[in-house]
Design a protein around this ligand. Structure first.
Ligand code: BES
Ligand code: ZN
Ligand code: ZN
Length: 471
């Protein structure tokens, strides 16, 4: 689907159908008020009404907030996809909510059909946004940036949705290398020989029973004279069976999404390089498959991580933190960054704490948490801060090693996982680091907001927004 910004009056834009967004108040003063009343259209949220003969599609709105417009645009485009119109148009009424509206159309239209054999093509090819009364030049910039970020979000969704027999550590490296080539980035991959040299034994243990070698991907965007340097670390479990602490059959389904942190990092690099931001970005991805086998790592194993910290394995399903421990340590040694963010589908507990749609954010800097929360809400993503405390740290104590990979109590699992990672953050980086648990927000088996079935691309919009506004 093509999206166009047109500097013309709505009535002068050619299209098969006009999409109008109306609140309840606006319905009563509409020129077609009588017709709308007959059709039962009240301008309520999620309400949709086709006036076929007038070539109008009406969408209800609770209010004109960015979040509601984004969701309404999603519903509109999904409705259009079920009809047979080739082109649609809509009027842009406010600069502030413009980006959300465009996003709703692009993200809402997304569907992952790679494995469907029937023809999934729809008639709709173009959506035009008419901006006659507003500053066209300014909106053009916003429009282009919005499309870049929305497409990067869809790129991440595509990767996460790809089946695990196709997307493994090696093919993920190839995807990163292709992205680097296409977008003028640099990309270095360590295979298991390289990981051994780096003493990344925690990461290596997790991937040992897989037929696919584990890979560490380092992909960077380096503009001239960057004003900041950022490291983005991603959990790239291309499959998480749980290992010997095997997941139950129903919990294993959808664990291809355990690579969502890694895929989000790639989406962020795609967005930042296409936005040409003057910030140096380093993506570090631990690409690993957690499987079972005679050589699998075991509960009771003691791993000597890259930092030298010894880890008692008490559950092989708490593997993401083992991979991240080594990758975070590596990232901190290789790049002196102003911020270090990690993204991981780390714990089911995060969903218990915050619900299935919200990313859990954890870290030591209150200021940074506020900045991230602001970027998230401006971009339409949900975040909730989960607080560290020193009592929870004690739950990770091991009798036999420096730390246990699971907590001794069954509550607060998202925070204790965050605190495990904290053990691998160097003192000088404590205030620069933030952990994002995207276990719930990255994937859903039912559509919500502007997200369809499957991957959401969580993280890409909020971090792009954060980086666009960084001082
Ligand atoms: N990848 C999972 C976390 C997860 C669960 C993500 C559900 C998305 C949906 C992670 O590796 C895991 O299995 N974590 C365990 C930790 C536990 C063993 C301490 C969990 O959450 O149950
Ligand atoms: Zn796991
Ligand atoms: Zn996992």
């Amino acid at each position: 689907m093509q999206t166009k910004l047109v500097n013309k009056k709505l009535s002068d834009v050619k299209a098969d159908i006009t999409v109008e967004f109306l609140t309840a108040d606006e319905v009563s003063s509409h020129e077609l008020a009588t017709l709308l009343s007959q059709a039962g259209f009240k301008g309520k949220e999620d309400q949709i009404c086709f006036l076929y003969e007038k070539e109008i599609l009406l969408c209800g709105l609770e209010d004109r907030s960015a979040d509601n417009l984004r969701a309404a645009a999603t519903l509109a485009v999904r409705t259009l996809k079920n009809a047979n119109y080739k082109s649609a148009k809509t009027q842009i009424k406010a600069e502030k909510t413009f980006s959300a509206l465009v996003e709703g159309f692009v993200l809402g239209e997304y569907a992952f059909n790679d494995y469907k054999s029937e023809n999934t093509k729809t008639a709709l090819t173009t959506i035009s946004f008419s901006v006659e009364e507003l500053d066209h030049k300014k909106l053009k910039n916003i429009f282009e940036e919005t499309i870049i970020i929305a497409k990067a979000t869809c790129f991440t969704r595509d990767l996460v949705n790809t089946a695990p027999q196709e997307l493994n550590p090696k093919t993920l490296s190839e995807i990163a290398e292709k992205l680097a080539k296409d977008n003028g980035l640099t990309c270095n991959v360590l295979d298991e020989k390289g990981l051994k040299k780096e003493k990344m034994n925690a990461m290596l243990a997790v991937g040992r029973a897989s037929v696919h070698e584990s890979h560490l991907i380092h992909i960077s965007y380096k503009p001239k004279n960057p004003k900041k340097i950022i490291s983005l670390v991603g959990k790239g479990l291309t499959y998480d069976s749980g290992g010997l602490s095997l997941k139950a059959a129903t919990s294993m389904v959808s664990m291809k999404m355990d690579k969502a942190g890694a895929c989000a990092v790639l989406g962020m690099l795609k967005a930042v390089s296409e936005l040409r931001l003057d910030i140096e970005i380093h993506g570090f991805i631990g690409a690993v498959e957690n499987m079972i086998g005679g050589n699998a790592y075991k509960p009771d194993d003691i791993l000597v991580s890259r930092s030298g910290t010894t880890i008692e394995v008490r559950n092989t399903d708490a593997e993401g933190r083992l991979v991240l421990a080594d990758v975070l340590d590596y990232a901190q040694d290789k790049v002196k960054a102003d911020y270090i963010f990690d993204f991981a589908t780390l714990t089911g507990a995060c969903m218990v704490a915050l619900g299935p749609y919200t990313t859990g954010i954890m870290g030591h800097s209150t200021v940074l948490k506020h900045k991230i929360s602001f970027a998230a809400s401006s971009s339409g993503e949900l975040v909730g801060s989960l607080p560290f405390n020193k009592h929870l740290v004690k739950l990770l104590k091991s009798e036999i090693a420096d730390i246990s990979n699971v907590s001794s109590k069954p509550y607060g699992g998202a925070i204790t996982a965050g605190l495990f990672l904290d053990k691998f953050i160097k003192d000088e980086n404590k205030e620069k680091w933030m952990h994002f648990d995207i276990a719930g927000s990255a994937y859903s088996e039912s559509a919500w907001d502007c997200n369809s079935y499957g991957a959401t691309g969580a993280g890409v919009r909020m971090i792009s927004n954060f980086l666009q506004n960084i001082k």
